[in-house]
Design a protein around this ligand. Sequence first.
Ligand code: SF4
Length: 709
Amino acid sequence: MPTQSQITASTCCYCGVGCGVLIEHDGEKILGVAGDPSHPANFGKLCSKGSTLHLTGDLDARALHPELRLGKGLARSRTDWDSALDHAAAVFAETIREHGPDSVAFYISGQLLTEDYYAFNKLARALVGTNNIDSNSRLCMSSAVVGYKRSLGADAPPCSYEDIEQSDCLLIAGSNMAYAHPVLFRRLEEAKARRPEMQIIVVDPRRTDTCELADLHLAILPGTDVALFHGILHLLLWEGWVDRRYIDAHTEGFAALKNLVRDYSPAATADICGISLDALQRCAELIGRAPSFLSLWCMGLNQSSSGSAKNSALINLHLATGQVGRPGAGPFSLTGQPNAMGGRETGSLSNLLPGHREAGNAEHRAEVAAYWGVDTLPETPGLSAIELFDAVHDGRIKALWIACTNPAQSLPNQNKVHEALAACPFVVVQEAFFTTETCRYADLLLPAASWGEKEGTVTNSERRVSHVRRAVPAPFDARPDWSITCDFARRLETLLRPGLPSLFDFTSAEALFEEYKFLTAERDLDLSGLSYALLDDQGPQQWPFAPGARQGTARLYADGRFPTASGRAQFHADPYRAPKEKREARFSLTLNTGRLRDQWHGMSRTGTAARLFGHVEAAVLGLHPDELRRRRLQDGDLVRLRSRRGSLILPVQADESVRPGQAWLPMHWGDRFLKGLGTNVLTQPAFDPLSKQPELKHAGVEVDKVELP
Ligand code: SF4
């Protein structure tokens, strides 16, 4: 029976700002939502997405019961959990016995809670014996992971949100944070209003809403960020604005970098980047003279075939100026998803292991294997997202488990991904919303609990761990992700390792957290001092948080020591490389894809709230008015937008925020909404050689008018 209205403190399930929310409910149904004034990420603020969370629980879109089909082309039928999971365990066990552990794979999500991630990781590595577990964070943050690790020694953003407010000079690169991280942007707006002398530089090919706050906007040509950062360093050196004492005391590799950036003269850099010399010089001066300098970045740097080089080139600027580990200073990547950080911590990319360990490191594998009580962990490198779906496409992966993500919409080169899913012998989709494009390919659909219905923890962009609390029960048969995963794992272990004690004897999310946290003990991210009780008592905390700590750690590397072999940060001298697809006559426009203010990812949740279509109703292609004139197009004309991989039909509009020669399209729309497949039918699967993150933000395209009959 519903009781009186109650309030449960939890977090927003959208972006990596990680805002605290107060869920109003009657014990059965969520009635409303408000910002949590006590949460240190948002102090009561919510953006348009967060404040409409209670309007997105539409049961018509929810997966409510397990559904199984017993042959391709047949319809799925409702089944019960025992039958569903027994069937899945039998198929996985048979596939593993017949084709080996690397014939199965798990593709999971930055939307999952830390406990869910941990269960999946243990399932893949300890029980199945494969490193074929990757996450949609590969599309989002893997270049930042590599950048931090190779430059600073650990995947740890060193700053806090309050540094954004304290900084004298902020460089925002490849991030429309006004749309993608709105509450953090509001904090920045308020700080700028209090301290107008704060200087804000925005680097973005497009004039986004974030530029409204900028003192300087550098509309660089797409993909030229590495050249820009090297050109800035060239000027910093020329003007004597580098910190020699810091470089000598705390870093290595500067000589090679100094040698490289000689080639990035102001004239050469301005030419590569398509900006004026004055703008470049002003940017270098703002950074060089700033008492404190902080950079923020997101997909514009990460989603690139040179994403790792872009991250390191930006971090180079901080190391060269000694702007790390001080108030208002440091390189601070913004995470896209609510718990992409938790995924990185638990080792949910194919090359990682829990506790910021490496799957390719024998010592790390031995440590985790010993903790889990298994003989060994697999050595064979796992497949990253693009490689994994290529392996599904060519038949190497024969059983695929997808949880809480929609690769049929979000991966680049969508036609190939759809072909892969259609051909895969057994696809399990564990999902809260049955409406996603990926669910169509599910041989087994497992209904998952969603926001407000499950418990666990998440880590936001500033390394802050929050306790996510359950307000209401999940509808009908839906279950928390960790519970589905552990239930499946227990059934699979009776087939793969009969008679042995269970590795998955967890009865709550908290039990998973309690096991997981000790895998982080005495490592850079030490969470072992945290517990649900402590988070409830003292509120969300930043890691590292060792046992006995009184509070989390706001700022890293204040002592100038870095977790590298030498204790010094590393400069990296990567030359600028152009994006993979060049402009050419057949594809004369460069397509950039990005986010809208009121939609989230593939719109499985935000697409259920009519109010969120008030800002932008439908996908529209943005082209500079000169490009419309050149092609004799009018606002609203229907066009076919095509790349080397596919095409879409949609309206075009004049957009002065886009430079001539470029095109802009939101990334949210899939084939539920667009003629043809979704936006990502156009994007390319080329990826960064180190991070394996695909170049989703850069594709050669062309536009043709569609003549209506
Ligand atoms: Fe949610 Fe991000 Fe908006 Fe905060 S800023 S309410 S976390 S979407």
